[in-house]
Structure formats: C-alpha cells, structure tokens
Write a protein of this length. Structure first.
Length: 149
C-alpha cells in the first residue's frame, strides 16, 4: 500500500511541476496535426478523382511503350466503349535562340472523349494540325511553351 501511495504522490508532484502538461499538449498537437494533414490529403485525392476524367480526356487511359494489340480496341468497342489512339514523345521546341523540352502528343479523331479543348484563336503562333472532337483541324500550342519561348 505504501508503494501505491508513493506513486500517487510522485504523480501529483510531477503534474504540478508542469512537465506532464507539456507532454500532453505536445501529444494533442501531434494528433491534431496528423488529423489535419490526413483530412487535407483525402480532400485533394477526392478532388483529383472527380476531375481526373477531364484531365486525361477519358475515364481510363492505357499507356504502353509498345503498340497495343488491336484486339484490345476490338474488345472495348464490343462492349460499347469509345476509344481514341494517341502517340506522345519528347522533343525540343526552338524559337530564335530559345529551346524548350516539350511533350508532343498526336491524338486521333474524337479526342477528348470527356471534357473539351478550348482554343484561343488570338495571336498565338502555331501550325501543327490536329483533329478535334468535332472533326475540324486545330492549330494548337501549349501556353507554357509560348510563355517560355
């Protein structure tokens, strides 16, 4: 019984000294910080999932270093899915003395399957031809490339 009484007296003394309060405050702060970061990360993930179809232009994107067999496209179309092929590669874009590493992407007719592409037909320079979802030829240049060059 003496040991229990001694333990309680030491606990009471340490509590009054304030060391336990600092430890408790640090624990509460750590748990609150973890919960806040977790909540923020979850919200960002949900927002990206909701906007992902617009970002990639489709519900699903299959990427391969080698050409996919045509049977994949046939299976997708047999299930009533719309498909669009695209090719992408890295290349240097040059203007006067400036160069910029860019990703060049060529897309088939009907792109994007989801969302839309808005094109500013102002004084933007560019002559690369592409096919839009409405079947018209488009001349596009990425805004970041225009600003950088």
């Amino acid at each position: 019984m003496n040991l229990l009484r001694l333990s309680l007296n030491l606990l009471r003394r340490d509590w009054r000294a304030g060391e336990w309060r600092v430890l408790l405050l640090a624990l509460v702060l750590a748990v609150g910080s973890l919960a806040t970061v977790g909540l923020f990360a979850d919200r960002v993930r949900l927002a990206l999932q909701q906007e992902a179809t617009s970002l990639i232009g489709a519900d699903l994107r299959i990427v391969s270093a080698r050409p996919l067999p045509s049977a994949y496209r046939g299976m997708a179309e047999a299930r009533g899915l719309r498909t669009v092929e695209s090719r992408a590669f890295l290349s240097m874009v040059a203007h006067r003395e400036e160069t910029l590493l860019s990703e060049i992407q060529a897309v088939g007719e009907g792109y994007p399957l989801r969302g839309r592409i808005e094109i500013d037909d102002g004084a933007v320079v560019g002559n690369s031809k592409g096919s839009g979802s409405n079947g018209t030829n488009l001349s596009m240049l990425q805004y970041a490339a225009v600003v950088a060059l």
